[in-house]
Design a protein around this ligand. Sequence first.
Ligand code: DAH
Length: 366
Amino acid sequence: MSDIEQLKAELLGAIGEAADLAGVEAIRVSALGKQGSVSGLLKTLGKMSPEERQVEGPKIHALREAVTAALGARKDALESAALDARLASETIDLSLPAPEMPKGSVHPVSQVMDELAEIFADMGFAVATGPEIEDDWHNFTALNMPETHPARAMHDTFYFPDRDAQDREMVLRTHTSPVQIRTMLSEGAPLRIIAPGRVYRSDSDATHTPMFHQVEALVIDKDIHLGHLKWTLETFLKAFFERDDIVLRLRPSYFPFTEPSVEVDVGYANEGGRRVVGGSGDEPGHAWMEVLGSGMVNRHVIKAGGLDPDEWQGFAFGVGVDRLAMLKYGMDDLRAFFDGDVRWLSHYGFSALDVPTLSGGVGTPA
Ligand code: DAH
């Protein structure tokens, strides 16, 4: 056997026996490294005569290729064996119990929204929605607030710097009332809807945040009168607070989109610093608390909704969801709703499985 063949047999044998990647690497260095045996042979080519080189050259190059290929093959084999071993040892036992980990909970605002949807679904109301980026016409003009109307100033509106394609001023909606217009225009009459969602005003203290939540309600039908509004509000608030002794006070008020307009107060007692809803606000130890705005839909609004106000009437109201949640579950600072503090949430939040139902109770704290 020539030297080359002998070297080849030795190297291939060693490679075949290399037990791990480090062993393969050591052989690579000993053969193909700068001082390696195969590299040494390659260097001898320079000193050979052309005739010799023609004979030896191909043999030495073939040796280098055979060793390189064997090293690669051994490396692949070892790597795939290592992967197989890892896969075999790292199995997951799906029958083990899940590890302890922080659990999320349903935010009180989401819970109250669900409670309201449940209560109103039971009274035959569908859920409608509208955009939070609203145009000036839907947010104000169609709701009987033309450009010069003083009520616009009360809304602390966030305006966008640019107008839309139809050259309308764009705003973050200041209330859910524009959904009234959108739904009348898209669905016609009769109508019975609630519209829950986010609204925005540039205002911030313990009871005001720049973003908050409202639920709008709109009923359009024939011969609708204030009695329907009163019954609906009483039924809704009794179901929501889960008490039969709720007493309402309807106070004459003013909204551009309703005529007449009514603000609604709920009687409550002050018990050890806590507000407990129920009873007449005029009783000793009691007081009234405003919970919503409402009224009979203004003729101008019905017209803006594409309907004939001599044929269709209706009532509407708008409630602050965050305020309802504070009242029912005894939170005193609205800002905490949006702090994202997991301790607050685990104290006031709800279990994801605690879906409100009228039969099971709409709002059982977690
Ligand atoms: N949009 C009013 C607000 O945000 C609330 C409101 C009052 C809504 C009376 C109504 C309504 O539908 O009839 O202050």
